[in-house]
Write a protein that binds this ligand. Structure first.
Ligand code: FNR
Length: 182
């Protein structure tokens, strides 16, 4: 059987390192893991008035999440937290209150930043939100990644020096997802 993983990237930037990481990390997964990038750039700003009449882009995102066996968040850190675009997507998916699409979906969190803290504080904020949304998030290993030469190689895969670390992360993520969908 196959496992559909919804990838959500917290950066909308064309040359985003997190986008690059999201693509590269997928290549370390077994072939039954199928990754789909979920668009969040066309979601309106969340407005509770629209809960009973969600925009088509919101409905689409929620359908994609509901069909996935797992979620992978790959996000930068903005001002020591998660980017607003990611929080906006989380808020949309959480409503209406009894239709929280995130609940129960096993998830992993990755992030790369240019600073040495490697998105650690953003990831802690994200864990806090996901805990409330009833998302079981992989706890270990953690992956706080600083952008360094060689993180990606010329084929846009994970470079040789970072590969054992990232492969170990992916192996744990795969086990985590399978635990929830045997
Ligand atoms: C940043 N950056 C940043 N880095 C960090 O380590 N901690 C932080 O709190 C912040 N804050 C922050 C705020 C804003 C508004 C921007 C635009 C940037 C730097 C960030 O790590 C860098 O721009 C990354 O390249 C962003 O990720 P993407 O877009 O390359 O995926």
């Amino acid at each position: 059987s196959s496992y559909h993983i919804a990838i959500i990237v917290g950066s909308l930037r064309k040359e985003s390192y997190n986008q690059k990481l999201a693509t590269a990390i997928g290549k370390l997964a077994p072939s039954e893991f199928l990754f789909t990038h979920i668009r969040i750039d066309d979601l309106p700003l969340y407005n509770q008035d629209d809960d009973e009449n969600q925009a088509p882009s919101v409905v689409r995102m929620k359908n994609e999440i509901s069909q996935a066996e797992g979620i992978l968040f790959v996000t930068p850190e903005y001002n020591r937290s998660i980017p607003g675009v990611l929080k906006n997507a989380l808020d949309h998916g959480s409503r209406p209150h009894d239709k929280n699409v995130w609940a129960g979906k096993p998830a992993g969190i990755l992030g790369v930043s240019t600073g040495s803290a490697g998105t650690a504080m953003a990831q802690q904020h994200l864990r806090n939100v996901l805990s409330y949304l009833d998302v079981p998030v992989l706890r270990q290993p953690e992956a706080y990644i600083q952008l360094r030469d060689g993180l990606f190689d010329e084929n846009n895969t994970i470079g040789e020096r970072s590969r054992p670390f990232m492969q170990n992360w992916m192996d744990h993520y795969v086990t985590w997802v399978k635990t929830y969908s045997p």
